[in-house]
Design a binder for this molecule. Sequence first.
Ligand code: AP5
Ligand code: ZN
Length: 217
Amino acid sequence: MRIVLVGPPGAGKGTQAQFLAKNLSIPHISTGDLFRANISQGTPLGLEAQKYIKAGDLVPDEVTIGMVKDRLARPDAQEGFLLDGFPRNIAQAQVLDAMLTELGGGLDAVLDLEVPEDEVVKRIAGRRTCRKDSSHTFHVVYTPSKVEDVCDVCGGELYQREDDSEDTVRKRLEVYHNLTEPLVGYYEKQGLLVTVPALGKVDEVTARAMDALRSKK
Ligand code: AP5
Ligand code: ZN
């Protein structure tokens, strides 16, 4: 399946994507994780992206789209993928549509994780991210790691993302409402949208999302 995951910052996209991708045997492709890996390796792309991410702005489309094209061209993405954090505006969605049309297909579903704003603020405030692999995330109250500040998956150090500060989160939410939320209407018109209430335990949300995806297979 070819799936896009949307939802506000801190909705649980990365958390859910890991389980969904495993259940569906497709790669989890997160633009946020790709940027963070480039930043920690000090690549030119990472250096360019860092200033936008730090400010809570979107990285320019030409940088993001090039990175996603390269990732989608890899062998493991040919049978399907779960895109997390891309597209993030209408222009990116149009480019993705054109790319998939060229490959002879389209998306199967767009999953929208719905979470009230006060909850996303709580989720982001308590989030701890692994320095070695930013797809490993924990929450100090909801899903703590076994040993404080140590990643259960790889033993890496856990830290608070720089863009998780209160001011930057406010900016990211504003960017989400202005630029990313219009994707909901865009995909609804294409008959691809499935909305999943994302309050509740992580495994309950995964079960809801899997049920919703079955209706699109
Ligand atoms: P990105 O990393 O994609 O950030 P985001 O979309 O803001 O999403 P988050 O990673 O903050 O949250 P999430 O929804 O994955 O939540 P998580 O699962 O961690 O992007 C970062 C930046 O990169 C952007 O701001 C932008 O600058 C740039 N960028 C990325 N893509 C781009 C693009 N396409 N174009 C341009 N720029 C781009 O969960 C959050 C917390 O809640 C965790 O602590 C988790 O443990 C906890 N949690 C999860 N589920 C539950 C639950 N059910 N109950 C309780 N706690 C839960
Ligand atoms: Zn880790």
